[in-house]
Design a binder for this molecule. Structure first.
Ligand SMILES: NC(=O)c1ccc[n+]([C@@H]2O[C@H](COP(=O)([O-])OP(=O)(O)OC[C@H]3O[C@@H](n4cnc5c(N)ncnc54)[C@H](OP(=O)(O)O)[C@@H]3O)[C@@H](O)[C@H]2O)c1
Length: 278
């Protein structure tokens, strides 16, 4: 497991990688800073093609909330800071409507420096309240994916897609977002939404952030529609682990090329402006 140290210098570098003005290798980094580059560079990089990452924060016993529905801050303080860093590095954050109705998240970047991502809510049946905090106009893009014929005030983009038995094809959602310019995407929850993208083979990585608490019962992080019957059929991703102060992040590569993005390297693009020194 790599102890991860997100110093101001390494965070500046990651923001520069996101802008395409720096590489993820050159510099005199400590071991903790190098771990931070391995963890975050795959989201920050734009030279390796589009990336979609699922991330879920859960307890030691795999729960995301209590039976009574208390879900606020299952993650510890460093797990929360991690989530905000992920938001700052991607182009858009996707959540399902049940998370909006339950948690009223803002999906903004508040615990680190960086810009707010586009916020995307999947709401096939038109249940999203107009005054939901996720729709607050702060200059970021706000996108609703829906199947119903519902109109929204100016400034909110609607992606209307057909549903089959209530399900919108996650591939169609991804294609629509990508053709709208959103390349690197974070699927932030809840479990149903992440599972939909995972089972459709659309996630390149899955991050499970584990916080050291035992809840005892309550909703679980991920439940797949098509679970493995035999352990030999279970998904066994390639994996790195990172100690982030209060929480441990399991960073799983779901496609063969996912781990390539963690390696130190200069991207092979003509437009690359290399900033080799810190
Ligand atoms: N710990 C964490 O990391 C974390 C993160 C986020 C949320 N949460 C918790 O997770 C819980 C909510 O998660 P959840 O899994 O129950 O629900 P969810 O994923 O937030 O929302 C699921 C709903 O979104 C819509 N949806 C998503 N993908 C769709 C698709 N491909 N096609 C059609 N509709 C789609 C459906 O809406 P309809 O129901 O209208 O059909 C579906 O029922 C809350 O307790 C929240 O606190 C935890």
């Amino acid at each position: 497991m790599s102890e991860t140290e997100v110093t101001p210098q390494v965070w500046d570098r990651l923001l520069a990688i996101r802008q395409g003005t720096a590489c993820n290798c050159c510099g005199n980094w400590t071991a903790g800073e190098r771990a931070a580059l391995r963890l975050y560079a795959p989201l920050a990089r734009r030279d390796l093609g589009p990336v979609a990452v699922g991330q879920i924060g859960q307890s030691l016993d795999g729960r995301v909330a209590t039976v009574a529905g208390d879900a606020r801050d299952v993650s510890g303080k460093d797990g929360l800071a991690h989530l905000h860093r992920m938001r700052a590095l991607v182009d858009g954050v996707i959540i399902g409507i049940r998370t909006v109705l339950h948690d009223s998240p803002r999906l903004t970047v508040r615990l680190c420096e960086g810009r707010n991502p586009a916020r995307i809510v999947i709401d096939p049946r038109g249940r999203l309240p107009e005054d939901a905090p996720v729709l607050r106009d702060d200059g970021s893009r706000r996108i609703v994916v829906q199947s119903v014929d519902r109109t929204w005030p100016a400034g909110i983009t609607v992606i209307r897609l057909p549903s089959n038995d209530g399900q919108i094809d996650p591939g169609e959602i991804m294609t629509a977002l990508r053709s709208d310019g959103l390349q690197n995407l974070l699927v932030e929850g809840g479990g149903l939404t992440i599972a939909g993208f995972l089972e459709a083979g659309l996630l390149s990585r899955l991050q499970v952030a584990i916080s050291p608490l035992l809840i005892g019962a309550g909703p679980q992080g991920l439940t797949l529609q098509n679970p493995a019957e035999k352990l030999s059929d279970a998904i066994r991703p390639s994996m790195q682990t990172f100690l982030l102060g209060s929480d441990v992040v399991f960073d799983c590569g779901l496609v063969p090329e996912a781990m390539q993005a963690t390696r130190p390297m200069h991207p092979a693009t003509d437009s690359w402006k290399l900033e080799a020194r810190r």
